[in-house]
Design a protein. Structure first.
Lengths: 530, 477
């Protein structure tokens, strides 16, 4: 079941390859596009079936499949979903058809290859979320770079080659160190119990020497921080986002960035709990810097896409803050925010794509007064903008609120600063919205812009509907993840009822802060699952 | 008669080389003869013979041992040879190379390489080294009208002759220590001395042998000949020598350093670590600024020599198996990449400059996709052979606690990705130049299909070959 979902897009890619024919065949384009869309929709349907059959009361992996791959090293093809990865799988499957649909009219160069790369990318992304074996995870993680590199480099805007190369080198430089840490971890397990293993359940709870744990955690954390991107590792993101084609931006913002936060939550924190607890305040501080910095930089961007890109830095900062708090609200809020950000930022990129398809520019100053020309597009734009700035009743609110509660219980000072980011995000988003849509129609070129086409309705309706549903009935999404979240928190905090902010001067390993308990009951007791 | 069993694969290849020479003698001027077919038969026969000898541990004359290690290398060499033959069939005509000499030299070279992998006596290793070197020197300059080819061959020959002298000098010192040039006797003599205070003669022997091997595998600081030789040689010869010579040299390197010289590992590990580090750094950093693809791949092959040395430095069974696996993975990827360069070239335009590749993706989408696959494999991306190879090598280094070398290895491979991607950028993201590119004949297509299948197979299902490699190293400790 799970492998079917992961490899369904790849099979679609093979079909596209066959259907594409030799050479440039414009007559085959509709066939290729429909085939690719069909494959991604089938994947989405399969993901929904998966959700339907998922048992929300179970904390551990479900739908597990396991086959030996390289048995000499304890490497297996081991996949499974828990409540956390389930939702990310659904998000990925939800966004990919939209990404394909968004480039229906804007991509005309080598459509078969484009579709193949999008579908291959989907397989790699799904693989990252369902991999239970660290080696398998790394394979998908690294394999994902290649299609994304091509998507940016071949179908992007002017500085696409620079952006593509920067993207791939930056991410790779971070992840190769993680590879060394993964290998080291497998051998550490071999020392402890005789045989090496890359299987996650075997590696949880491994006792590592303190300095080794610190190094391994840092290797993992840097790889994921680059992907998130956490300030100051964010510089690849604006380039990649701005130069990528719309489909690439949607997937990049919607799914790829979540791999960083997912990795922190799934691997870096539970594998190295002591180091994670020691470094959590630093991560949180960087996250808060990112929240404010991203918001301030977004405010002054003249380019719509760049603005959305920097807003991602800010929003992902919230996610990391919630993870660093490591309590139920914080972590649940983080995961919720990952989903939100996928929907709302994905939606924003779709709209920027529509505007740039119409006007071939993304500069805010080129627009103005669109509300009288394209009222329907502006209405969708408004809803998605509001969802992005976390208006109550829409999806963004639930996530940010939970994160702020969670982090307030942990560290009120950081939370106070983060809350400034909430206000700033309203400032830059609404100001951008005002300049694009309100005021007099100053630019003659905007006078005859067409409103939403049927294809664009098909993009906007699911996105907006998702934003509303996630805002009104968050329980549907929060419930399945609850046991898994509790299990991870239990792993990280070791069942200790509270965790306090470690003073920087205290060596974490001689006296782990988790076991100090000097400030009782600053955090609530997580619901411990059996 | 059983004495001969161990050398049967080598003899088969030599016979096919002789057949190629005979065929040339009977060839009418201008007549086209399928001499490559003779090579294919010989190499196929050698591969089958090697498969039959598996696990037999046959020995001949006390100096040749067809253990699984040698047989694994034999099969790697046969694969390289078969792919080279498939590529050459058309290219030899197109480049107007003398067919008889070309095929005979290639096959003699392969026989020397097989002997080098199987030899258990330093003098026999030296003989094999000379057989393969002389063949490759001549092959480098086989394009007679080309001044660049002659220069490359001359440089290669001169420096190679020096390195052979170093190697021979090392053999002499080893004889002085052990009273024999047999590897097992040297090993016994060295372990009898203990590790406490090593004999100065033994250290000299180790150092000089290391210099000889470093030349052949093109490790820093003995790499200077590599870019010139690779650039000046006909591209198909570059493809052959960058993979086959490396495989044979590393086979002997492993056999000499990881059994008889193992007692001295305290002394040679630091030196080789330094050499490996310098090799990885120089290969990748200098590779970045190249604009000629053959030079670029020459520096990349220097870097890959550095990665391979990590397997020797690891000294574990995983290290040795990783070297074997990596040799195969590197061979198929590099053969594919250089093969495509060769197949696109004509006598007028070698098609080896970076800009020649611009727009290849729209002119030849299939070849561009394959080229990208091979380059990504060289860069170590999953799911290709190169990724598993690198992972295995670095895992072996980490296993022995060589974290710094492993970290240096992964970081330099990120740098190397930069220059591999430059070619991809040219093919996919740059406006095309108008070039008349020759069509790719069916035989060469078969060769490309073979290496493509190998790159994907080793990348997706590496277990069988990893187990085979692990089963091949028992006899060398």
């Amino acid at each position: 079941m799970l492998s079917l979902i992961v490899f369904l897009p790849l099979m679609g890619a093979l079909l596209v390859l066959l259907a594409g024919g030799r050479g440039e065949r414009p007559d085959r384009e509709p066939l290729v596009r429909n085939l690719a869309l069909l494959a991604s929709l089938a994947t989405f349907a399969a993901a929904l079936v998966l959700w339907w059959r998922f048992d929300p009361s179970v904390a551990s992996y479900q739908f597990e499949q396991r086959y030996d791959w390289i048995p000499a090293f304890g490497i297996s093809y081991h996949v499974g979903v828990d409540g956390i990865s389930l939702l990310l799988v659904v998000l990925t499957a939800f966004l990919t058809p939209l990404a394909l649909l968004s480039s229906w009219d804007s991509v005309h160069k080598n459509v078969p290859l484009f579709s193949i790369f999008v579908l291959a990318l989907e397989t790699a992304m799904l693989g990252v979320f369902v991999a239970v074996d660290l080696f398998l995870f790394y394979v998908f993680w690294d394999a994902m770079l290649i299609p994304m590199y091509f998507l940016i480099g071949v179908w992007g805007y002017e500085r696409r080659v620079y952006a593509a190369v920067k993207f791939i080198l930056y991410t790779m430089a971070g992840s190769v160190l993680m590879l060394i840490a993964i290998i080291g971890l497998a051998y550490a397990r071999a020392e402890a119990s005789g045989v090496p293993s890359f299987d996650l359940p075997d590696l949880y709870g491994l006792q590592l020497a303190p300095h080794v744990e610190t190094w391994f955690f840092l290797a993992f954390a840097v790889a994921f921080a680059i992907k998130v991107p956490l300030f100051p590792f964010h510089t690849w993101l604006p380039d990649a986002h701005v130069e990528a084609p719309t489909a690439g931006s949607i997937i990049l913002a919607g799914v790829l960035l979540k791999m960083g936060t997912y990795g922190l939550l799934r691997f870096a924190f539970p594998l190295f709990p002591a180091a994670a607890l020691f470094f959590a305040p630093y991560l949180a501080a960087l996250a808060v810097v990112g929240i404010i910095y991203g918001a301030l930089v977004a405010m002054v961007q003249p380019d719509l896409k760049k603005l959305v890109a920097y807003s991602s830095v800010s929003h992902l900062g919230f996610v990391v803050l919630g993870l660093a708090a490591m309590n139920v609200q914080g972590v649940q809020g983080s995961i919720y925010q990952m989903l939100n950000h996928g929907v709302s930022t994905g939606g924003l990129f779709m709209i920027v794509g529509m505007l740039s398809d119409r006007r071939h520019t993304r500069l805010i100053s080129e627009f103005g007064g669109l509300k009288s020309v394209t009222p329907r597009l502006v209405a969708a734009f408004l809803l998605i903008t509001l969802s992005s700035i976390a208006l109550p009743g829409l999806n963004g609110f639930v996530g940010e609120f939970l994160i702020l509660i969670g982090s307030f219980r942990w560290d009120a000072r950081l939370t106070a600063f983060a809350a400034i980011g909430v206000i700033l995000s309203a400032v830059y988003m609404l100001w951008m919205f005002q300049r694009v849509n309100f005021g007099p129609l100053t630019n003659e070129k905007n006078r005859h812009l067409p409103d939403l086409t049927p294809r664009e309705w098909a993009l906007m309706v699911p996105t907006v509907a998702m934003a509303v549903v996630m805002g009104v009935v968050p329980g549907v999404f929060l419930r399945p993840m609850e046991p898994s979240v509790a299990l991870i928190i239990e792993r990280v905090t070791g069942g200790q009822p509270q965790r306090v902010l470690a003073p920087a001067s205290v060596d974490p390993h001689s006296a782990p802060p988790a076991r100090q308990a000097s400030v009782p009951l600053q955090r609530e007791v997580p619901a411990v699952q059996p | 008669m059983t004495e001969f069993a161990a050398v049967i694969p080598i003899v088969i290849v030599v016979l096919s080389a002789l057949a190629a020479m005979l065929a040339e003698a009977f060839r009418q001027r201008g007549e086209r003869m399928p001499i490559a077919g003779l090579g294919l038969i010989g190499l196929g026969g050698a591969a089958v013979a090697s498969a039959f000898l598996w696990n037999a541990d046959a020995r001949a004359f006390g100096v040749v041992r067809a253990d699984n290690f040698a047989l694994f290398i034999n099969i790697v060499l046969c694969t390289i040879g078969i792919v080279t033959m498939l590529f050459s069939d058309e290219l030899v005509d197109r480049e107007q190379l003398p067919p008889g000499e070309y095929y005979a030299l290639t096959l003699f070279g392969i026989s020397g390489m097989m002997l080098m992998a199987a030899a258990t006596d330093l003098l026999v290793i030296f003989l094999a080294l000379e057989v393969l070197s002389l063949s490759v020197y001549v092959l480098t300059g086989i394009r007679r009208p080309s001044a660049a080819g002659a220069e490359a061959a001359f440089k290669y020959f001169l420096l190679g002759a020096f390195s052979s002298a170093f190697f021979l000098y090392g053999v002499a010192f080893a004889f002085a220590v052990a009273g024999s040039t047999r590897l097992d006797q040297i090993g016994m003599a060295l372990s009898a001395q203990g590790t406490g205070d090593p004999n100065i003669l033994a250290l000299l022997a180790v150092g000089l042998l290391a210099v000889g091997f470093a030349f052949k595998v093109s490790a820093v600081p003995f790499h200077m000949w590599t870019p010139d030789a690779y650039e000046g040689a006909p591209t198909v010869v570059t493809a052959f020598m960058s993979t086959a010579v490396k495989a044979a040299a590393f086979a002997a390197f492993v056999r000499v350093f990881l059994s008889p010289l193992e007692p001295l590992q305290e002394q040679w590990i630091p030196v080789l670590s330094l050499v490996a580090a310098a090799t990885m750094i120089l290969g990748t950093v200098v590779g970045v600024v190249q604009s000629n693809i053959k030079r670029m791949l020459a520096y990349s092959s220097i870097a890959h020599a550095g990665y391979l040395m990590l397997g020797i430095i690891a000294t574990t069974s995983n290290g040795k198996a990783a070297v074997l696996f990596y040799l195969l993975a590197y061979a198929v990827s590099n053969l594919g990449a250089l093969g495509i360069v060769a197949l696109l070239g004509t006598p007028q335009n070698q098609h080896d400059e970076l800009r020649d590749f611009s727009g290849l993706a729209s002119a030849r989408p299939g070849l561009a996709a394959l080229m990208s696959l091979f380059l990504l494999s060289l860069g170590g991306f999953p799911p290709t052979a190169g990724f598993i190879g690198k992972w295995y090598i670095f895992a072996a280094a980490v296993e022995r606690g060589h974290y710094w070398l492993a970290i240096l290895g992964v970081l330099t491979s990120v740098v190397s990705v930069y220059f591999y991607l430059r070619i991809v950028v040219m093919m996919y993201m740059t406006e095309g130049v108008e070039l008349s590119r020759p069509r790719v004949p069916a035989t060469a297509m078969a060769g490309l299909a073979l290496v493509t299948a190998a790159v994907v197979y080793l990348g997706v299902l590496p277990t069988a070959i990893i187990n085979l490699a692990l089963a091949s190293i028992d006899t060398i400790f």
